[in-house]
Design a protein around this ligand. Structure first.
Ligand code: TRP
Ligand code: SF4
Length: 399
């Protein structure tokens, strides 16, 4: 049996930081050994908000892939690729757009939120409205079962499910459906076929789930049927038509436990971030300059870790004895803030060390990164083209 498929993407709009690592990448790395994972650079999505300064995107495409590899994505275990190399995504986006009500997109919460938040940009564009539908195409084209994303993206996965359902409803019926169903049923012994039809009517008229289950179980083991027959008949039985596109599930990534240096969400635009591959001196400088409990003005003032962003870093980077040392030392003015920060600096540097080493190999040989993306894009293309053949066939575009 093939492994279940995972798909996720990131927009290449800046260097990744430790918030991305703890919020998303660490999870991607874990998943790659459990499922068949596809991870891609969503450069078209970046264009929806950066269409006026696309050079930012160009700068960060390969840098971001290096960040991924540094964090531990292994090209032998997962498929890494570039959205804009696969025009198939745009084709599916166009085809889905035909039957998607505008209201569905206007009601996605990120649409208004982001327009308000990024108010220095003109986001009253067709492309920005379509953002979640392009994301739906990214997901559906790989028939992904799971989409690991943060809470802010959950509504996009929900829209993806609606788009899949709508597509299957509109096009999931084969044109000569009745004949094909009859032909599949004719492969079965006469009285079995009759009993199945009776169960189907019962299910569709009275909603009797047992009748449906019984019929599906019988078909699953009937040696006369091939997989196409089974799929056709199960659509006929459920009344849904054939499943061309499958509905993915969101795999919610818990929000990052790591805030920014000032305690707010870590973000490059808030100037409170530590880059994934930031150099050691700069990391130490930044942590030393972190604000602490404002009540500790003098060394002799006692403090409260709960009012200090450094404490949140200890939650991520320090062991239990160190945390006990902090609580004790802070609340009695037994330690100074600089001393308190040292284990955090050590913890971050230790976490970054293997990342810096892995990245160095790719910085020395940039061609390696391009080769990884080329190979991944090739694998992705095979899967995407297969789905597009099925999609065109379902709509009836094969003239
Ligand atoms: N919108 C996502 C984000 O901003 C990026 C993205 C684009 C994505 N396409 C996707 C994520 C498909 C998951 C699946 O983070
Ligand atoms: Fe924050 Fe540590 Fe200073 Fe307490 S001792 S205020 S926890 S940095």
């Amino acid at each position: 049996m093939s492994k279940e498929r995972v798909l996720s993407g990131m927009r290449p709009t800046g260097a990744l930081h430790l918030g991305h690592y703890h919020g998303a990448l660490k999870n991607w790395v874990r998943l790659q050994s459990e499922m068949e994972c596809f991870y891609f650079v969503a450069d078209w999505h970046a264009l929806t908000t950066h269409y006026e300064d696309a050079s930012v995107i160009e700068q960060h495409v390969y840098e971001m892939v290096i960040d991924w590899l540094a964090a531990g994505l292994d090209p032998a275990q997962c498929t890494i690729f570039l959205q804009s190399r696969l025009p198939e995504h745009a084709e599916l986006f166009t085809l889905l757009a035909m039957g998607t009500p505008i209201g569905w997109l206007e009601r996605v919460p990120t649409y208004k939120d982001q327009q308000e938040k990024l108010n220095d940009k003109d986001l009253s564009t067709y492309g920005f409205l379509g953002y979640p539908l392009l994301q739906a195409a990214d997901i559906l084209i790989y028939k992904a079962n799971y989409v690991p994303v943060g809470e802010d993206q959950a509504s996009h996965v929900e829209l993806t499910r609606e788009a899949a359902r709508r597509f299957n409803h509109l096009y999931g019926r084969e044109r000569d459906a009745q004949q094909r169903i009859a032909a599949s049923l004719a492969k079965l012994p006469r009285d079995s076929a009759k009993r199945l039809e009776k169960s189907r009517k019962q299910y569709q008229e009275t909603g009797d789930a047992k009748a449906l289950e019984g019929a599906l179980a019988y078909m699953a083991q009937a040696p006369e049927l091939d997989p196409d027959d089974r799929e056709r008949l199960s659509g006929h039985f459920k009344g849904t038509g054939r499943t061309v596109l499958i509905e993915p599930q969101v795999l919610l990534t818990p929000t990052s436990r790591l805030p920014g240096l000032d305690g707010a969400k870590m973000s490059k635009s808030y100037n409170n971030a530590i880059a994934l591959r930031e150099d050691a001196d700069s990391v130490a400088q930044k942590v030393k300059r972190m604000p602490t409990d404002p009540a500790r003005i003098k060394r002799t003032d006692v403090g409260d870790p709960l009012k200090c962003p450094v404490w949140q870093f200890h939650q991520v980077y320090s062991d239990e004895p160190t945390r006990a040392w902090v609580t004790q030392g802070c609340t009695t003015a037994g330690i100074g803030c600089l001393a308190c920060k040292q284990p955090v600096i050590d913890g971050i540097l230790a976490e970054q060390q293997p990342m810096r080493e892995r990245a160095q190999a790719y910085l020395d040989h940039p061609q390696l990164v391009r080769d990884i993306v080329d190979a991944g894009t090739q694998r992705a293309r095979t899967a995407a083209q297969q789905t597009m053949r099925e999609v065109r066939e379902a709509i009836g575009l094969n003239y």
